[in-house]
Design a protein around this ligand. Structure first.
Ligand SMILES: *Cc1c(COP(=O)(O)O)cnc(C)c1O
Length: 378
């Protein structure tokens, strides 16, 4: 071989004989074949991989892992939480169909349904999902799907999933639940009869604030459809991001266990603080814990800027779920685009702060919040 040939053909390509303890990163856009028979074998289902957009060992490992955690037979990884939601929704509805969704959904999902899918001829009606009559009243002959989240943002409303499944069965509808906030460690909506479960793995599944990823899990048929959407739209996850996500997910139980404990401690502490008007933290999410987000409304006697400036090592970050405790300001970020009456209806105002608990020592977290509240009293 001449140099120019050697430089592209001298690497070790097969890895079967190298017995790595962890899954290697298959950072490849495609897979090789030795013969036309072998290539034909791909289409007959004999070999699994052809081209990374249509499938890759790392992205498949993530899909399978989350499916196993949710108790579901199949899963597919996607490039983000929103692309997981899009793939799951398009696996169930098409142009001309109608969706009934909870009115307090994650902002990005709300926008996708209200603007993007509406533009494609898919209408969504948003209603108060605490009211059975409102849900049933919104169902039309075109309705195909009920869509909600296990726990909502930022007020941690716990969805009555068995009730949604019952309504859906009675009207021959599918259900999709976004289980991002609860994670399969705390809740497994598929086992309650939900058809597809979507995740922003960017949050607790990845857990280290270093990737953007999503996963859809459910039964084989519907996940096959979701996977077709991912392949055809091109919203596949990169192998390296899938690998990082799997690595992060291995500690999900340890992280969420500690984060839920820290949340309980902080919520109890702040409920006894006379400068905190409301503490939003559920007590009925699961036996293992109630999630890792505590939202508070400070008393009007607190200066909100002074509070944020006095948080020391706790940073303002417009996301959640990392190992570090962080705070966000819904009025200024996640809910900023909502009309004022919608903000008011949801309870978002100048003194609402969302706290994402990390894995630090609970005493240090409590001390820092008490100090910030003390410094904010004017
Ligand atoms: C962050 C989030 C999403 C969107 O996920 P991305 O990974 O940012 O696309 C969807 N649902 C919930 C509940 C989220 O918190």
């Amino acid at each position: 071989m001449k140099f120019t040939t050697k430089v592209v053909h001298s690497q070790l390509k097969g890895t079967e004989e190298i017995r790595s303890k962890t899954t290697p990163i298959y950072q490849t856009s495609a897979f090789t074949f030795e013969s036309l028979e072998e290539l034909e074998g791909f289409y007959e289902g004999k070999s699994p991989y052809l081209y990374t957009r249509t499938g890759n060992p790392n992205t498949d490992e993530l899909g399978r892992m989350v499916a196993a955690l949710e108790g579901a037979p199949a899963g597919v990884a996607t490039s983000s939480g929103l692309s997981a939601i899009l793939a799951s929704v398009l696996a169930v509805v098409k142009s001309g169909d109608h969706i009934v969704a909870a009115e307090d959904l994650y902002g990005g999902t709300f926008h996708m349904l209200k603007e993007e899918l509406k533009g494609l001829g898919i209408e969504t009606t948003f209603v108060d999902f605490t009211k059975r009559d409102d849900i049933e009243g919104a169902i039309t002959p075109q309705t195909k799907l009920l869509y909600s989240e296990t726990v909502t943002n930022p007020f941690m409303r716990v969805e009555d999933i068995p009730l949604l499944v019952e309504i859906a069965k009675a009207h021959n509808l599918k259900t999709i639940i976004d289980n991002t906030f609860a994670t399969p460690y705390l809740c497994q909506p598929f086992l309650d009869g939900v058809d597809l479960v979507a995740h922003s793995a960017t949050k607790y599944i990845g857990g280290h604030s270093d990737i953007t990823a999503g996963v859809v899990v459910g039964n084989e048929d519907l996940v096959k459809k979701a996977r077709e959407k991912v392949v055809n739209i091109g919203s596949n996850l990169s192998p390296f991001e899938a690998w990082l996500t799997v690595r992060g997910a291995k500690t999900l139980a340890l992280r969420m266990g500690t984060q839920a404990h820290n949340s309980r401690v902080l919520a109890d502490e702040l409920r006894n603080n006379s400068h905190v008007k409301h503490v939003y933290y559920p007590d009925n999410l699961s036996e293992k814990g109630n999630g890792a987000i505590v939202t508070i409304e400070l008393d009007p006697s607190c200066d909100i800027s002074a509070f944020f400036k006095s948080l020391g090592w706790i940073k303002i970050v417009p996301t959640l779920a990392g190992v570090e405790t962080t705070v966000s300001y819904p009025l200024g970020t996640s809910h900023r685009a909502l009309p004022e009456e919608a903000q008011e209806k949801l309870g978002i105002n100048t003194h609402v702060v969302r706290i994402s608990l990390g894995i630090e020592d609970a005493d240090d977290i409590v001390t820092q919040f008490n100090e910030a509240i003390k410094n904010s009293i004017s």
